[in-house]
Design a protein around this ligand. Structure first.
Ligand SMILES: Nc1ncnc2c1ncn2[C@@H]1O[C@H](COP(=O)(O)OP(=O)(O)OP(=O)(O)O)[C@@H](O)[C@H]1O
Ligand SMILES: Cc1cn([C@H]2C[C@H](O)[C@@H](COP(=O)(O)O)O2)c(=O)[nH]c1=O
Length: 206
């Protein structure tokens, strides 16, 4: 069976993940690879429907465990319908967020605990963990997201700065615990500079 690669881009709000998923996909295609880009929550019809449930409405719409289970359900559908078939047909899949966002947001910042959230996700994704996770870090991510979204932030993006600080700390803890899979990326400088740094961390997989 042909086997592609599964690469995820992670980080807090506004650090440049979506910009870099597009740029990295172009760079990998230029090297002759077949690349599929996707995002979470979302990436399949069912997961996009769950995305709307999660990101629209007020804070009280979901309890913390219900929120974590909805993210895990969306991810399970995304893996079933898009990620696994693409990788099995030899493509590289680049995902804008995946399981580490749940570990950092719901597990770390949301107080459910990283291991509890890992367990509910492991049940759904059945071993389809990323080959590599690129954790983008930028000190002005929140300001960039505000400049981009104005007053239109979603149910989770609009949480207080203390929540987003805890998200970043949790991402750093996850990276420290899994240094081979999760690589820290300085996301400052031009988009082209950041793409070069990302490519540099993938050389051994190419
Ligand atoms: N290297 C860069 N230099 C300057 N501006 C950038 C750079 N990368 C991205 N931006 C801008 O910063 C903003 C946030 O970028 P982007 O949407 O890619 O971030 P994100 O991490 O996907 O955000 P979110 O998780 O909140 O959706 C956008 O307006 C984008 O154009
Ligand atoms: C996958 C995932 C996402 N989130 C949060 C992170 C963001 O605030 C939104 C998604 O918005 P984006 O503009 O598409 O980045 O959802 C989360 O809390 N948990 C997750 O697993």
């Amino acid at each position: 069976m042909k086997c592609g690669r599964f690469i995820t881009l992670e980080g807090g709000e506004g650090v440049g993940k979506s910009t870099q998923v597009r740029a990295l996909a172009d760079a990998l295609r230029a090297r002759g690879l077949e690349v599929v880009t996707t995002r979470e929550p979302g990436g399949s019809d069912g997961a996009e429907a769950i995305r709307r449930l999660l990101l629209e409405g007020g804070e009280e719409r979901w309890s913390a465990p219900a929120e974590a289970l909805l993210f895990a359900a969306a991810r399970t559908d995304h893996v079933d319908k898009l990620v696994r078939p693409a990788i099995q047909s030899g493509k590289w899949v680049l995902s804008d967020r995946f399981i580490d966002s749940s570990l950092a947001y719901q597990g770390g910042a949301g107080g459910l605990g990283i291991e509890a959230v890992r367990a509910i996700n492991a049940f759904g994704i059945e071993g389809w963990f990323p080959d590599r996770t690129l954790l983008l870090l930028h000190p002005d991510g929140a300001e960039r997201a505000r400049a981009r979204d104005g007053d239109e932030s979603d149910r989770i993006g609009g949480r207080p700065a203390s929540y987003h600080d805890a998200v970043e700390q949790a991402f750093r803890d996850i990276a420290a615990a899994e240094p081979d899979r999760v690589r820290l990326i300085d996301a400052s400088g031009s988009p082209e500079d950041v793409t070069e740094r990302l490519l540099g961390t993938l050389e051994d997989l190419l």
